[in-house]
Write a protein that binds this ligand. Structure first.
Ligand code: MTE
Ligand code: MO
Length: 199
């Protein structure tokens, strides 16, 4: 049982909450640096690197299949939020619009404001990954990454890039912002991949 006043998951949720995590009240905001002010009219998503280069406008993204999805969200600072409901475009549906070079094996997510985070192509292409513009049925609030963010539910939430601006496809791994600052290159919460294994 999960008590109203307790943050510790009970046995019924234990299989949903990775080791070292507790349930957050509400939906905390975790941002390093300033929150960019962006409207759908100013927002674009550009594809660079080892892919067909393209810039999507808001209208072009909204013309792709729109899906709702529910996912758990795990921040490495030890809070988790279960059953977050989002809507947007799945990464496989987005990728169907692009052609990747055969050497592409990694992707760097670049955000408005300068934040970056890296993923392997395999981790990026999973069907549960999304470009999200809706949170709990409302337009994604700016502090949560509105108008558009990436959501990568199977990795720690620092991989879920807010205010997504550019996807850069790469042949070899590069490190994003937190990954250069001591966090793990992959960040799988069930394996507690919190801190870098590279040094
Ligand atoms: N652009 C950008 N994306 C970001 C961050 C950030 O600082 N800037 N913080 C990351 C971290 S550490 C977490 S836990 C989640 C938090 O998302 P939330 O603020 O919507 O809860 O966003 C991730 N994406
Ligand atoms: Mo985080």
């Amino acid at each position: 049982m999960v008590g109203k006043f307790f943050h510790k998951p009970g046995p019924d949720l234990a299989d949903r909450v990775p080791p070292g995590q507790h349930l957050a009240k509400g939906f905390p905001v975790l941002t390093y640096g300033d929150t960019p002010a962006l409207t759908p009219a100013d927002w674009t998503l550009t594809i660079t690197g080892l892919a067909s280069s393209k810039t999507f406008t808001w209208a072009e993204i909204m013309a792709l299949p729109q899906r709702a999805f529910t996912a758990d969200f795990h921040c490495v600072t030890t809070w988790s939020k279960l059953d977050v409901t989002w809507a947007g475009v799945s990464i496989p549906d987005l990728m169907a619009e692009l052609t990747l070079a055969p050497e592409a094996a990694h992707v760097m997510l670049h955000c408005y404001g300068g934040y970056t985070t890296n993923l392997t192509l395999e981790d990026f292409l999973r069907p549960e990954n999304f470009l999200a513009h809706t949170l709990f049925g409302e337009p994604l609030p700016v502090e949560h990454g509105g108008p558009m963010r990436v959501v990568v539910p199977h990795l720690y939430a620092w991989k879920s890039a807010k205010w997504i601006k550019r996807l850069e496809f790469l042949a070899s791994p590069q490190l994003g912002f937190w990954e250069r600052n001591g966090y793990h290159e992959r960040g799988e919460p069930w394996a507690e991949e919190r801190y870098s294994s590279l040094y």
